[in-house]
Ligand binder design. Sequence first.
Ligand code: ADP
Ligand code: MG
Length: 229
Amino acid sequence: MAEIVLETRSVSRSFGAMPAVDGVDLTVRAGEVVAVMGPSGSGKSTLLHLVAGLLRPDSGEVWFDGTRLDNQPEHARARTRLRHMGFVFQFGDLVPELTVVENVELPLRLLGTARASARARALEMLDRFGIAEQADRRLSEVSGGQAQRAAVARALVHQPAVVLADEPTGSLDTLTGELVLEELVGAAAERGTAVVLVTHELRVASYADRDVLVRDGRIVADPVGAVPS
Ligand code: ADP
Ligand code: MG
């Protein structure tokens, strides 16, 4: 079996008295596509933020590629995120003032790739996602679906080890949604990218190797993970 890339060990996080994520054990291997499903408010987004090191757990551990992540200082977690992870956040975190292509080349620029080759790779991604014509438009001036595709292009442009995608097809029509899913699944198959896909659509989950069901912050079904308590 492929190596484990991501692992949470009994990870918990509350907001006030309310546990949002409650003792979750999740293991994701290289090349695996895992769909995280569950009702609204069940803790899916919080779990992704914990895995990304964007939120610290109250208890439990988060491991990335054999190294414990959650107890590292923020600058170290930020470096791991930048180099090795790609994100598609539910409420978007592209930069509205930048153009589409500037948003997509951002991870490469931050990693020190020269402007010309970063631009070329970003344009290639835009082409794959069918938004090449929008390259020089400001993000604030393209449609929600085009911005969503730009977000997925940006998550993949630096060929990260892990992609964490929160409802990546949320604002897309069926056909465009399939294009996005095929790019994510393709990255997993071709480059061994581990993909964690939060969704509430069964259609989307059908692209995954494995479905994990979350309810009230707990994993209630995971075909290969820990036995639910
Ligand atoms: P999902 O993504 O499955 O809809 P979330 O992880 O967003 O669920 O939320 C899980 C629970 O944690 C919800 O009850 C939500 O209101 C709460 N929650 C999430 N983020 C915050 C926050 N930053 N502050 C307070 N409560 C939060
Ligand atoms: Mg959510």
